[in-house]
Design a protein around this ligand. Structure first.
Ligand SMILES: Nc1nc2c(ncn2[C@@H]2O[C@H](COP(=O)(O)OP(=O)(O)O)[C@@H](O)[C@H]2O)c(=O)[nH]1
Ligand SMILES: [Mg+2]
Length: 345
């Protein structure tokens, strides 16, 4: 809200997260006239319980299985048609879930980099996560639900047009950051990372806010290097895979006094990763994103369409001079994580 503007108490919305009275904007992104909550008073607790029961019933009936996908589900996608699997990797709070949510959000406004949205099998999961992230953007305080520990969760998009060609499925793997961090201490943990083994691209997030922190920046560099080293040591990566190294929270970085130092740190981390792992990946490319900015410094989703294009591009030929041979000579072998009989070779 601009200085001097007043809160209009007469404007109300039944959605407790919405601040339309202050900023004139619907938190769900609707035009005010078409928002089902605008103009209504917040529901009484009893009514809210009834509404929530009704909503749950609607979701159960209308959106069966619209939550995140399991590795088994992704294996079915791989069998069904051309699919790109992306492992989004990084410590807690790096911005993994926000990045995935922001891509779905970008499609709300139409095609992204010439690629159109066709459908998603994880609509409910996207909607829930995007709601949190939109609210967080408006409030300026963290509100993206912490990704629970456990197995990887995949978000799914069916895309068409542009680099996606006629039809291309995208499966984005999200996992609690503590588990990636744990792999830095105990590399054997990474053996269970199905999303990494089946990935076309790994996407390593570099938390821009941690790069701004004088005390945390060196630690971050070591931690990210150790995570990748763990994946390499356990044979979880292969030379057909591409690696995106993504500086997140670009809005915070660009407006900070330490912006130049953070950019230099990012460049030197990139150089270190190329030196250590350049021979093990088909490609290592840098990106910079502001998936869920906290200020108006940059629009929501800045840099995400470039990253999506990288994700959708076909895997290029493995580098010739690699230290490790590819683990999977045939694309079919990617299906193995799904309890398949191992007998036939
Ligand atoms: N300033 C800023 N904050 C962000 C951005 N993206 C995510 N965040 C915040 O960073 C925190 C962690 O994000 P989250 O997506 O949950 O990280 P994850 O633990 O890696 O999944 C949340 O408070 C987000 O609102 C961004 O582009 N800019
Ligand atoms: Mg998360």
């Amino acid at each position: 809200m601009a200085d001097g503007e007043e809160v209009d108490d007469r404007v109300q919305c039944a959605n407790a997260d919405c601040r339309v009275a202050e900023d004139g904007k619907c938190v769900e992104g609707f035009e005010l006239v078409s928002c089902p909550h605008y103009g209504r008073a917040a529901a009484e607790p009893d009514q809210a319980a009834v509404d929530s029961d009704e909503l749950e019933a609607t979701i159960a009936i209308g959106l069966p299985g619209a939550d995140t996908l399991t590795p088994d589900d992704v294996s079915h996608l791989l069998r069904a048609g051309e699919t790109r699997v992306i492992a989004v990797i990084g410590p807690s709070d790096a911005g993994k879930t926000s990045l995935i949510a922001s891509l779905y959000d970008l499609f709300q406004d139409g095609p992204v980099a010439g690629v159109g949205f066709a459908r998603s099998r994880t609509l409910h999961a996207f909607e829930r996560t995007c709601h949190d992230a939109r609210t967080a953007s408006r409030r300026g305080v963290p509100h993206v639900s912490r990704t629970p520990r456990g197995n990887v969760r995949f978000y799914h998009l069916d895309l068409t047009g542009g680099v996606a060609g006629e039809a291309l499925a995208l499966a984005l793997g999200d996992r609690a950051g503590e588990e990636y961090r744990g792999a830095a201490d105990d590399p054997s943990i990474s053996r269970s990372f199905a999303e990494v083994r089946s990935a076309d691209s790994l996407t390593l997030l570099v938390d821009g806010e941690r790069l701004l922190d004088a005390g945390a920046r060196h630690n971050l560099r070591n931690e990210l290097t150790l995570i990748l080293q763990a994946l390499v040591d356990e044979g979880s990566v292969n030379a057909r895979q591409r690696l995106a190294v993504v500086l997140t929270k670009l809005d915070a970085v660009q407006t900070a006094a330490e912006a130049a130092r953070a950019e230099a740190d990012f460049q030197s981390l990139l150089a270190q990763l190329r030196r250590l792992f350049g021979a093990l990946f088909a490609d290592i490319c840098p990106f910079r994103v502001a998936a869920s900015p906290k200020t108006d410094a940059l629009p929501r989703g800045t840099g995400v369409s470039e990253l999506m294009t990288f994700w959708l591009e076909p895997s290029i030929a493995p580098v010739a001079n690699r230290a490790n041979p590819p683990n999977y000579a045939r694309a079919f072998a990617r299906l193995r994580p799904v309890a398949e009989p191992e007998a036939e070779a």
